[in-house]
Design a protein around this ligand. Sequence first.
Ligand code: KIV
Ligand code: NA
Length: 263
Amino acid sequence: STSVTLPRLREMANAGEKIAMLTCYDASFATLMDQCGVDMLLVGDSLGNVCQGRGTTLGVSVNDIAYHTECVARGNRTAFLTADMPFGSYGTPRTAYENAVKLMQAGAQMVKIEGGLWLRDTVQFLTERGIPVFAHLGLTPQYVHQLGGFKVQGKTAEAAQRLKDEALALEAAGASMLLLEAIPAALGKELTEALSMPTIGIGAGPDCSGQVLVMHDMLDVFPGKKARFVRNFMAGQSSIADAIRSYVVTVKEKSFPSTEHCF
Ligand code: KIV
Ligand code: NA
């Protein structure tokens, strides 16, 4: 099959073909997910939780992400490979650029950064230099101590309007895609309709251009408490490949997420 590219992802979003994305941290899973039809792989800083056993993502380093990105890149053939910029690695446009270059050289094709209006200059700086940016709004886990926990965002009219302003500003600055985490489904729909870039949701309702889950959550491996937006795709399956294929089909058919996974 042919490689997934940003223009292809935009085409899919415009055509209403849902984008199936999963996190991935090693070569074997990258090969399997790619073969099972996952469109996008994310080397998430969630590796701090699921691989390193941390309570938050704050301890993850650029070298950690670069290492796992190299591993995933070796196993992947056609999926579009995105890497998270970890906490503290994009405080200024210059620092962001230097660290993003390391991740792109490790094999990433786009980098994800958490935050709103203050990132406009950084989005422009990276994009102008050949680094596509995946913005991340809503529940941004690197802000856990400011948010006071991992909570649903955008619930009031003011908070929803602020998210919309941020999303439009980041798109205007050049962002290629937007990750929406833990927001009301109605807001996920409104934002997706207001933007021309594709949106990927995790707890952001069924109307985003695509969905993402952490692989350890959807394979029911992570020992911790599960978020409302998680579905166990291993249930009723006899192999990990079947669970991943079921995830892809369920996202494409628009039967995941259902209301029980939404806010
Ligand atoms: O780090 C991560 O896995 C993520 C996704 C859950 C969106 O950022
Ligand atoms: Na992340």
